[in-house]
Design a protein around this ligand. Sequence first.
Ligand code: C5P
Length: 467
Amino acid sequence: MGKIRKRFEDQVIAVANAIANFPKDRNLLVASHIDADGITSAGIISTVLSDLHVPFHLTFFKQILTGDVKSVVSKGYDSVLLMDFGTSHIEFLDRIAEEGLEVYIIDHHQPTLEYEPGRLLILNPYFHGLDGSREISTSGLAYLIAKKMGGYEHLLPIAIAGAIGDRQHEGGFHGLNRKLLKYAVDSGLVRVINEVNLFGGPKHPLLFALERTVDPYIPGITSDQSACFEFLTNIGIEPMKQGAWVTLRDLDEQKKRILVSELVKRIASESGKASAAKKLIGEIYYWNFEDDSSPIKDLRDFSTILNACGRMGYGGFGVALCMGYRGWYLAQALKVYQEYRQNISSAIKNILSNFKERVYVHNGLAFISGEDIIQDTMIGTITSILLGLKEFEQVEIAIGFSKVNDNYLKVSGRAKANTGLNLGKVMSEISVNLEGEGGGHRLAAGCTIPVKYKDKFIKELSARLSP
Ligand code: C5P
């Protein structure tokens, strides 16, 4: 084991020991992020803490702002555990830790400053030469901690779903993620197959699979059942045969090829076809211990449903699923997912049908004005989807705007893989100069800025990207 890897391992052990020996008379607040990575991390740590009979409160945050961090530390708890955020506030949190609050951070976001913490305990791959945006997510870190305590291998599919939520599977898992996936496959927890990536997997009725597929988003299909029916019959696929719903598995190779090529046409223009096809066919990760008919059998669907729960304000349903609860919790999560799909679909339709008014494209950059129609918790997801559509073929970086309140805007940035730009760093630097704050990863980042600085933000970002 290399020196770096050894230091990383030591830090995993240090956090695992702290949790394993957590005194039961201290009160603990666990605060996590509302996306799939944050929810899975919370699910894994909640399972461990419950088994240890450690009482704790769990809360979720949608942004990762100084105000949120201050609110976490001012609630009067003895100890706080921040998951999937905290790194960008490490200096402030370390000061608070010096004053007596016990602070733990498990996070994979890139640090914005070089700072060696004195008092708080942090596990972040970036501090050990590992790439937190590709090699491991917070859920993977949470799993490594649980694993050190022994007996938590069954939580591995949940960790993988968290990494998928942060898109670390795209182009194939790397580094520690790859090792975790290999272990999950070797131990029979997960099966990997190459298949058409529609909701519910190959045994799900095709009509509903199309309607429910959000990732990839299929314009004119996602969330519109009658359009799905028409689409299938137009391409010669009967949605129902002899009283039974037709599934992907029922299609012969030729029909499958037609289906994929027609879907690709919907998603991408001629030149974007290769990447659309890549999104539609790829590695699918099956959770072996879920029933074949379960809507969360495919870990990509599980991740999307968790993300929907978080974004729509129901992170608790997601945590319940991660902790093994099904029945009512799963039914509720699916209801939330349905509403989430409808929200996405109507926002995308609105943007595309008012493209000129809502989207400003210049030099490969697109600025999307969603202030009055898209919630601040949804702008990131919608910006990601838009960047993949044929209307955004010439766009390398998409920046979405939504409203936090009358004074602040939430900005979400998404970049295609080849720009060479570190969006997280750029958004952090620009927003700080505009009385805002932000951060994130190289290809996905966010910030909050005062409404009055929107034009300045656009100008500064454009200037950074000009050749
Ligand atoms: O909110 P959004 O989905 O656009 O965020 C993209 C990435 O940027 C996430 O990893 C999020 O944690 C990060 N981010 C951040 N600081 C913010 C907003 C987002 O670090 N103020």
